[in-house]
Design a protein around this ligand. Structure first.
Ligand code: ATP
Ligand code: MG
Length: 392
C-alpha cells in the first residue's frame, strides 16, 4: 500500500553542533518503540523521520499510536508515497484521501517541494491538484482561507507524499538526552504529570514510591505501579523502587510534634529518594508539588524540605493550577487511575493543623531525637525493585 509515516522534528532543529546526537537518539528511540509492531525502516532526512513498514505484517495502527508518544516529534503525518509525477500524485490523492474528502464541506491543497528539480513549484502543484479535485468533487467547495480539510502534497527527494492535515506529536526532546531523574511517585494526580513533564524535556525516569503497609493497602501499591506503567508509554520502561515507609511514619508519629508530621515525612522521602536515585545514576529529584496547593507546599515548607536535598529538586507543576494538571493527566491517560480511591501514605498520619510557615530549627531538633540514619538504612534495605513497561 506504500503507506508510511513522516515525523517532523521539533526543537531539535534549533540545536547546533550537537544536533546529530539528538537525531541519533530520536531515531533509536523510535526504533525501540516500534519493535513490537513489525519491521520498519527508519531514516532521517531534512528534519523529517521516515518510518516505512518493510512488509505487510506490520501493525500500522499500533505503530502510529506509539509514534504519538515519542518525545522530539512535533507533528506527524500518516501518508502514501507515489512516483513524482502529477498524474500519479492525483491518482494517489483520489485513492488515499478521496473517501475523507467527500465528507467535507470545503478543501484546499497545500504543497511543499523540497526537490527543487521537480518542474512545478509548490503553488503550481497546489493549483493543478486543486483544480482536478474540484472537478472530481463538485459538491466540495474550494476554500483557500478557511478550508474544512487540507490535502497536503510533499515532493521530496525519493518520492512524492500525499496526506491530510498533520497530527500533533508529543513535542519535547528525545528521551535520553537530558540525564536521569528520580520521580517521587505517589498515587495522586500530580506526580505522574510531573514525571511526564520532565521526561518530555529528554530526561530518563526512575520512580520511587513510599509504601506504608498495612496503613496503605496492596491495592494502593498496585495503583502506583499501574500509574508507572501508563507513564512508560512516554518514558520507556523504568524501575519503580517501592520503599517500606511504615517504621519511619510510626517513628514520626511517636517522636515528633504533630503539626510537623507531614514535613518531616517529606524530608525522609527526599533523603531516601536521593540515595536510591543516585544508585540508579539519577542526578535530580522530581516531585508533583504545586505552590500553595497544601500546607507542605508553601514556599517556607518547601525550603524546609529542600534543606536535606543534596541534588536539584525539579517541581515542574509548581506554577500550574490543579485544573491545568488535571488537563495534562487526562491527555496522557493517567487521570482515571489517579482518582481510584486508595489511600496514600501522606494521608495516614495527617496533622489536623499542619504548619504552613514551619521553622527549620524546630524540625531539626525533632529529628535529633530520632535514629535518622538507622531508619533510612532499614527503609532502603526493605526496597522492592519492580521493572515496569507499557503494554500497548
Ligand atoms: P500527588 O497528586 O502527586 O499525590 P499531592 O498534591 O497529593 O500530589 P502530596 O501528597 O503533598 O501532594 O505530595 C507531594 C509530592 O510528594 C507528590 O507529588 C510526590 O512527588 C511526593 N509524594 C507524596 N507521597 C508519596 C509517596 N507515597 N511516594 C512517593 N512520593 C510521594
Ligand atoms: Mg499525594
Amino acid at each position: 500500500m506504500n503507506e508510511l509515516f513522516l515525523l517532523k522534528l521539533g526543537e531539535i532543529v534549533l540545536k547546533g553542533q550537537n544536533r546529530r546526537s539528538f537525531e541519533k537518539q530520536l531515531t533509536s528511540n523510535i526504533a525501540r518503540r516500534l519493535r513490537g509492531y513489525g519491521d520498519f525502516q527508519i531514516s532521517l532526512v531534512q528534519s523529517t523521520v521516515y518510518v516505512e513498514p518493510e512488509n505487510e505484517d506490520c501493525d500500522l495502527d499500533a505503530a502510529w499510536d506509539a509514534c504519538g508518544a515519542v518525545f522530539g516529534v512535533v507533528s506527524r503525518n500518516r501518508c502514501r508515497a507515489c512516483e513524482k509525477d502529477m498524474d500519479r500524485i492525483f491518482d494517489t490523492v483520489l485513492d488515499y484521501l478521496g473517501d475523507e474528502l467527500t465528507t467535507q464541506s470545503s478543501f484546499k491543497v497545500e504543497s511543499k517541494r523540497s526537490d527543487k528539480r521537480f518542474p512545478l513549484n509548490s503553488i503550481q502543484i497546489s493549483q493543478d491538484i486543486g483544480g482536478r479535485l474540484a472537478d472530481a468533487f463538485p459538491q466540495v467547495k474550494v476554500d483557500v482561507h478557511h478550508p474544512a480539510y487540507t490535502v497536503m502534497v510533499e515532493v521530496r527527494e525519493k518520492a512524492a507524499y500525499v496526506h491530510g492535515p498533520a497530527v500533533p506529536g508529543a513535542g519535547g526532546l528525545p528521551t535520553g538526552m537530558g540525564n536521569k531523574a528520580a520521580v517521587l511517585l505517589s498515587g495522586g494526580i500530580d506526580s505522574p504529570v510531573a514525571g511526564y513533564m520532565m521526561a518530555k524535556r529528554g530526561m530518563e525516569i526512575e520512580c520511587v514510591h513510599f509504601f506504608s503497609y498495612p496503613y496503605t493497602s496492596l491495592r494502593a501499591k498496585e495503583k502506583v505501579l499501574e500509574l508507572a506503567r501508563l507513564m512508560c508509554k512516554y518514558c520507556g520502561r523504568m524501575t519503580v523502587d517501592v520503599v517500606g515507609f511504615t517504621e519511619i511514619q510510626e517513628a514520626i508519629r511517636d517522636q515528633c510534634p504533630e503539626e510537623y508530621f507531614t514535613l518531616i515525612m517529606r524530608r525522609f522521602m527526599m533523603r531516601i529518594a536521593q540515595r536510591i536515585g543516585q544508585d540508579h545514576g539519577c542526578r535530580c529529584l522530581v516531585t508533583g508539588e504545586s505552590l500553595g496547593q497544601v500546607a507542605s507546599q508553601t514556599m517556607e515548607a518547601i525550603c524546609v524540605t529542600d534543606a536535606v536535598c543534596e541534588i536539584p529538586v525539579f517541581r515542574p507543576a509548581i506554577g500550574l493550577d490543579k485544573e491545568e494538571i488535571v488537563t495534562i493527566a487526562r491527555r496522557i491517560g493517567t487521570m482515571e487511575t489517579s482518582i481510584l480511591p486508595y489511600e496514600d501514605c501522606c494521608t495516614v498520619f495527617t496533622p489536623k493543623h499542619p504548619k504552613t510557615k514551619p521553622n527549620l530549627q524546630i524540625v531539626m531538633e525533632a529529628e535529633q531525637n530520632m535514629d535518622v540514619e538507622g531508619l533510612i538504612a532499614r527503609a532502603i534495605e526493605s526496597t522492592e525493585k519492580v521493572t515496569v513497561k507499557y503494554y500497548g
